[in-house]
Design a protein around this ligand. Structure first.
Ligand SMILES: [Mn+2]
Length: 246
């Protein structure tokens, strides 16, 4: 039994409210469910939102106490590369996480860096769950690629079906991959903010843009139930993607 949560992007308060709505109880530094349910995080824990470091701490503790699973998003990948000393551009929201982190004392800085890097290094690119009936990945995964983790698949899982082109505002063009697949397992993903959960061809996008003032959404498996909490962030209509079909 899983409760899958989309992109949190530093929305710590909404995340805690969602844990509570789902019936998780705080125990020491982590959260646990009386029925043994597991939280599944779809990546993009940090950046843009008000409290990325507390999200890293909470999710890290949940994973380390075996109360959940995590797979990385593109923002996680970039934060990881920043932490291991790569020359990354501190933009697109990373600046908020870096500022929070730099405000910590040296001991807390190394503690958070280690917690996040261990989490990232120990987590697979995506999870195949419940006897292959369920697959979770940050931006999704093509059904034919399930089982693969090569560079091409990694790019798709982290960034989606990008064309290499950019929109006028600089954002990368993403193809609507979900409209053109047939999938046996249900593929649950996030990455592209939508106003309502979008289900098409046995895929489900649950990134309802909490950091852009939408909602933070959980999808409960196997119940197929949606639980969401309203965002406390200002609403930015232009950050949500709309589709012709659904
Ligand atoms: Mn993303």
């Amino acid at each position: 039994m899983y409760d899958i949560i989309g992109d949190i992007h530093g929305c710590y308060e909404e995340m805690i409210e969602l844990f509570q709505r789902l019936g998780y109880k705080r125990k020491e530094n982590h959260y646990t469910h009386p029925d043994g349910r597991q939280l599944v995080f779809l990546g993009d824990l940090t950046d843009r939102g008000p409290a990325s470091i507390p999200v890293i701490e909470a999710v890290g503790a949940i994973i380390n106490t075996k109360n959940g699973l995590y797979c990385p998003g593109n923002h996680c990948d970039k934060l990881y590369r920043y932490f291991i000393g790569r020359n990354v551009k501190i933009n697109n929201g990373l600046e908020t996480t870096v500022a929070e982190w730099k405000d910590l004392n040296d001991q807390r800085q190394s503690q958070i860096k280690k917690l996040f890097c261990d989490l990232y290094e120990q987590s697979p690119l995506y999870h195949v769950l419940d006897d292959r009936k369920l697959v979770v990945a940050h931006a999704g995964v093509r059904p034919v690629d399930i089982g693969r983790t090569d560079k091409k698949v990694k790019t798709f899982v982290l960034y989606g079906d990008i064309t290499g082109e950019k929109h006028e505002d600089g954002r990368p063009v993403r193809r609507d991959w979900a409209a053109n697949v047939r999938s046996k397992p249900l593929i649950v993903y996030g990455h592209t903010p939508v106003k309502q959960v979008r289900g098409i061809n046995n895929t489900l996008n649950i990134d309802t843009g909490c950091v852009f003032g939408g909602k933070l959404t959980a999808f409960c498996w196997p119940e197929h139930k949606i639980v969401d909490v309203s965002s406390k962030q200002p609403y930015q209509d232009d950050r949500f993607r709309t589709f012709n079909n659904h």
